[in-house]
Design a protein around this ligand. Structure first.
Ligand SMILES: C[S@@+](CC[C@H](N)C(=O)[O-])C[C@H]1O[C@@H](n2cnc3c(N)ncnc32)[C@H](O)[C@@H]1O
Length: 429
């Protein structure tokens, strides 16, 4: 899988220079157009593995090289190979040989010798090095120090479990489209297809093994969508009813827009700042047989608003994504502590702007996929002190159906079965 290592090294080098993996991975795949689907899948796995355990392999690399590796691709290739040796499935001999060959494609004449020496030294000194590097908290947890410290402070009883679950593979969960089929009928279809699942409650079904969506029974016919079980609380909490005028203010790629429309015949505007991301909303609506008014616009302004108040507003705001870090492993290394204040500022602007568009008696559901309280509980407390016409409505999760732990009202902690999300329901009087 030398080709996969080469592609993964491209992607990892891009992320380490500050770019998202969602942009870097397709870019890296385009660089090696001859790669087979199997090599592409392996490249994706290696990239995730490397970024999930980046602090650890970076610490080993620092211990094994007297000075930083001058070429970013050779450095990334070493990180990929070290992650494979530490946490991968391939045997050591294969990983080293393939990495040495891959180094030959970097255009640096010294690269093969360096990669060979570093990886063989790692194998020889592994135990002694482990004792040295694992003393660092950042290496032990594979998160930046500021992230560990903040979770420890905000969740003194849960921080270790939260960090650990963020390093696991995320589950793949489906939402049954109750307009097209039923949960018992879909469970039956899955059983007939030999696909092992757990019914988490309501319309949420978790696959025991992730799989390509087009292999799922009825996916192309709109029977199901992929949506985390924690995220599936949006529609029940917003409590939509037929005929309501509803705004989904930060909607792309449309997971919650579609869930709301599957729940009731509402008149829905699906708004997002990023016009190109709205293409995904159109595709999802079409596949599921649903209709909405899809609008490119900014939730911090009113230029797209026709002045008719909404009965319900969903504000699934941009955030640090700290509750879904197992799905976006690059975020641990791309976020900076100061980003939280920037996100909190935008979120406050969105909340205040949308509030004026809400009808009297109407409800607004504020959602983040973050666990940092600056974006969650502190944000809502701040909003309530400056909006006298707002009341917070308690949100109840069904603990029997969905295992979760509450550290603050509305905070779902990330656990094996679902992501970390925050919900605050506000009513206008
Ligand atoms: C958490 S994602 C939304 C996920 C979506 N609700 C779903 O369930 O599929 C946040 C979205 O907010 C959008 N966004 C960011 N800033 C925005 C703004 N000022 N106005 C509207 N949308 C914004 C982003 O483009 C992104 O699509």
């Amino acid at each position: 899988m030398q080709v996969a290592q080469i592609i993964a090294a491209h992607a990892v080098a891009e992320v380490l220079s500050g770019h998202n993996l969602t942009v870097s991975m397709p870019k890296a795949l385009r660089k090696v157009r001859s790669a087979t689907p199997q090599q592409q899948a392996a490249a994706q796995d290696y990239s995730y593995l490397t970024l999930r355990f980046y602090a650890e392999s970076a610490a080993y690399l620092a211990a094994l090289t007297p000075k930083p590796v001058s070429d970013s691709r050779v450095q990334a290739l070493l990180l990929v190979a070290l992650s494979q040796l530490l946490h991968g499935q391939d045997d050591d001999f294969t990983v080293v040989n393939q990495a040495v060959e891959a180094a030959g494609t970097t255009g640096q004449r010294w690269a093969k010798g360096l990669v060979n020496a570093v990886l063989r030294n790692f194998l020889r000194q592994r135990e002694a090095l482990q004792a040295e590097v694992s003393q660092h908290e950042e290496v032990h947890w594979n998160y930046p120090q500021w992230w560990i410290a903040l979770l420890r402070q905000q969740y003194p009883d849960h921080w270790q479990a939260m960090l650990a679950v963020g390093n696991e593979h995320p589950p793949m969960t489906l939402r049954v489209n109750l307009r097209k089929t039923s949960v018992p009928a879909y469970l039956q279809a899955l059983q007939e297809a030999g696909i092992a699942v757990t019914h988490l409650g309501s319309a949420a079904i978790q696959l025991q093994q992730p799989m390509p969506v087009h292999k799922l029974p009825g996916f192309d016919l709109g029977w199901v969508s992929v949506q985390d079980a924690g995220a599936q609380w949006a529609a029940p909490l917003l409590d939509v009813a037929p005929g309501m005028r509803v705004l989904d203010a930060c909607s792309a790629p449309g997971g919650k827009t579609c869930q709301l429309l599957e729940t009731a015949d509402v008149d829905l505007i699906s708004l997002d700042l990023e016009a190109d991301r709205l293409q995904r909303v159109h595709e999802n609506l079409q596949r599921l047989g649903l209709q909405a008014q899809v609008v490119a616009g900014n939730a911090t302004t009113t230029d797209w608003f026709d002045g008719r108040p909404f009965d319900r507003i969903l504000a699934d705001v941009p955030c640090s994504a700290s509750g879904i870090v197992r799905r976006h492993v690059d975020m641990k290394w791309l976020r900076r502590p100061e980003d939280l204040a920037t996100f909190a500022h935008t979120q406050a602007q969105i909340l205040s702007n949308l509030w004026q568009m809400l009808a009297k008696g109407g409800k607004l559901l504020y959602v983040t996929c973050s666990v940092f309280q600056q974006e969650n509980e502190m944000q809502i407390q701040q909003f309530l002190t400056s909006h006298a016409d707002a009341t917070r409505v308690a949100v109840q999760f069904d603990a029997a159906l969905l295992p979760c732990t509450h550290a603050a009202p509305g905070q779902l902690l990330p656990v094996a079965a679902h992501d970390g999300l925050f919900y605050a329901l506000l009513q206008k009087h």
